[in-house]
Design a protein. Structure first.
Length: 157
């Protein structure tokens, strides 16, 4: 079930990084309430290594919440890595899950978001079509953040 994905955006890397990753627990429920009901920092601070946030999902998702820890962040290179520590598919079909995000600026002023996930299935578990669903959801959420930033040029500058 590990996958990699590239998403092109006309939005600057710095803005999309801040909105779609660093502050997503606050912005996401406003932009995609049909998917993300709420989010909060439950340990540490937002955007600081070791911080843990919880994202609570609606019934359209196959699980009700996930807690993710920020393992690495570089605010200047627009790059971070998060690992699931509770919820999601952990304990059911996954032993571990993490995602590495890198927002690479383009010459046109936009960016390319590169996502690489790593997962370890529990013995005997089958992921089914979860990879396709995960990719589709990730693209949708980045595009929702992108649309918000285009409509609000002063946000996350």
């Amino acid at each position: 079930m590990p996958f990699s994905l590239e998403i092109e955006s006309p939005v600057a890397a710095s803005r999309l990084f801040k909105a779609a990753l660093v502050d997503w627990h606050n912005l996401g429920p406003k932009l995609a309430p049909e998917i993300l009901l709420s989010g909060s920092i439950v340990e540490g601070e937002s955007g600081v290594v070791g911080g843990v946030r919880q994202l609570n999902f609606s019934s359209v998702m196959p699980f009700s919440y996930v807690k993710e820890r920020l393992d690495f962040i570089d605010h200047e290179k627009f790059e971070c890595k998060v690992s699931a520590v509770e919820g999601g598919h952990l304990g059911t079909i996954l032993e571990s899950a993490s995602a590495h995000f890198k927002f690479e600026p383009t010459s046109s002023g936009g960016c390319i978001v590169k996502v690489v996930t790593e997962t370890k299935l529990k013995p005997g578990a089958v992921s089914g079509d979860d990879e396709a669903k995960a990719k589709e959801s990730m693209v949708k959420l980045f595009k929702v953040a992108e649309a918000y930033l285009i409509a609000n040029p002063d946000a996350y500058v």
